[in-house]
Design a protein around this ligand. Structure first.
Ligand code: PMP
Length: 433
């Protein structure tokens, strides 16, 4: 590991070393074909076997029920912001038609969003840009005075334990096409400590899990659609994983008065063609499959932590990853809490992300509410922190350009040793002042 540095970037992020080595060893000759994986035909049996294997592995890792399709798409998370709008409005439109409710105009169908950080806010922007009838039913910035946590579900606007609103919605054909949220806000470090459950069960839950998929077990059956760009916890940029409940693929067509779904965004087309409608990003899917294999092999995860990880010995797959992530995040949060200068951005402890940990550095005394921070001095200190960290091989610790500060991203592939090195550096940095 000596020549390799610790990458704390939010994505593209670290890939497990055994995966990189394996890819290196197979680079020129994949599966005795005499060709690199990148040179194979995507219509070959060899590639189809890989495509299927990746799905089987992911299904096993997340315990994905049979009535869900797994699809591989391109275009990253941003493409899914749009794909969700097209596909689920077309699904709800068809439902309304069959039940003879609603105006028939897709623009009247509401879509509900919970905004807990900048990625869900961006998803809202895209849905609005496409002309959807967007309802922001919870805005954490307004509710909490900043993206500092997840507001309780009972405070969301359409939460309606009595069901009155639901009944009214149904009768007028106003049942939303979906409820959307982002499980882990990569920029802001806010992670959901729960799956929404008070909402109308007739409304599929759509979840962006780009930055925490496979970091902890998830009950897929609670969701309509889960999607994730690969470049954080899965593999290289270029592929996104979409897990979609089969019945949601029944969508209206152009002849029903809808804009057609662009083929490359159409979940139905992708699912029907086993993600082989067009040329898929084969290399990215290949590396993803190696990462899935690494995750399925819990012993490999332990080796990554130098076998130090005794308490999780009997755990497998994503559960083992979750236990490792819990350990890594809790030791880093503890160090930050104990530090004189570091302030954790997310104040709601329950909603603190285990993947992306943003913090600020300030000389102003932590426990004095009247202390006035010196912004210029603090920012200079943060810049020095990032620079000195880099010199020690701790890379990409600067916070997202929209918010500044520091952010440590510690996905599955970050060994516990990397977190230990960061904590040691934190202490060393502080001792200078
Ligand atoms: N959602 C989340 C949670 C993200 O972290 C990101 C990217 N950092 C995106 C969506 C957008 O992904 P992409 O850059 O692949 O479009």
């Amino acid at each position: 590991m000596s020549a390799r540095k610790w990458n704390f970037g939010a994505g593209p992020a670290m890939i497990p070393l055994p995966v990189l080595k394996r890819a290196q060893s197979e680079f020129l000759d994949y599966d005795s074909t005499g060709l690199s994986i990148m040179e194979l035909s995507h219509r070959s049996d060899t590639y189809e076997a890989l495509n299927n294997r990746a799905q089987v592995q992911l299904r096993q890792l997340l315990n994905i029920p049979e009535n869900y399709k797994i699809i591989f798409m391109q275009g990253g998370g941003h493409t899914q912001f749009a794909a969700v709008v097209y596909n689920l409005i077309a699904w709800r439109h068809r439902q309304n038609k069959q039940n003879n409710v609603g105006s028939g105009d897709w623009k009247d169908i509401p879509v509900d969003y919970v905004v807990t950080g900048s990625w869900s806010a961006k998803a809202v922007e895209e849905a609005k840009r496409l002309g959807a009838n967007v309802r922001v039913i919870c805005d954490a910035k307004k509710a909490l005075g900043g993206f500092k946590g997840v507001p309780e579900e009972s405070t969301w606007k359409t939460s309606d334990p009595q069901g009155e609103l639901r009944t009214a919605d149904r009768a007028s054909g106003q049942t939303p096409a979906y409820l959307y949220y982002c499980d882990n806000e990569t920029v802001n470090g806010v992670e959901f400590p729960f799956v929404p459950s008070l909402q109308d069960p007739a409304v599929p839950v759509v979840c962006d899990m780009s930055s925490n998929i496979l970091s902890r077990p998830v009950d897929v059956s609670k969701f309509g659609v889960i999607y994730a760009g690969a470049q954080k916890n899965i593999g290289p940029a270029g592929v996104s994983v979409v897990i979609v409940r089969e019945d949601l693929l029944q969508t209206s067509e152009l002849s029903d008065g809808l804009l057609p779904i662009p083929l490359m965004l159409d979940y139905k087309t992708m699912a029907k063609n086993n993600s082989l409608y067009n040329t898929p990003p084969m290399f990215a899917i290949y590396i993803s499959s190696l990462v899935f294999e690494w995750l399925l092999d819990s012993a490999a995860q332990r080796v990554q932590d130098g076998e130090a990880y005794q308490d999780g010995k009997n755990l497998i797959g994503v559960e083992a990853a979750a236990a490792r992530n819990e350990r890594k995040a809790s030791k880093l949060y503890k160090a930050l809490e104990e530090s004189k200068f570091c302030r954790i951005v997310v104040t709601d402890k329950q909603s603190r992300s285990k993947m992306n940990i943003p913090f600020r550095i300030s000389k102003a005394p932590k426990n004095d509410p009247n202390a006035v921070p010196n912004k210029a001095e603090d920012e200079a200190m943060e810049a020095a922190f990032v620079q000195q960290a880099e010199a020690r091989g701790l890379l990409q610790l600067a916070g997202h350009r929209s918010v500044g500060g520091i952010r440590a991203s510690i996905y599955n592939a970050m060994p516990e040793e990397g977190v230990d090195v960061l904590i040691a550096f934190l202490k060393e940095f502080e001792a200078q002042y």
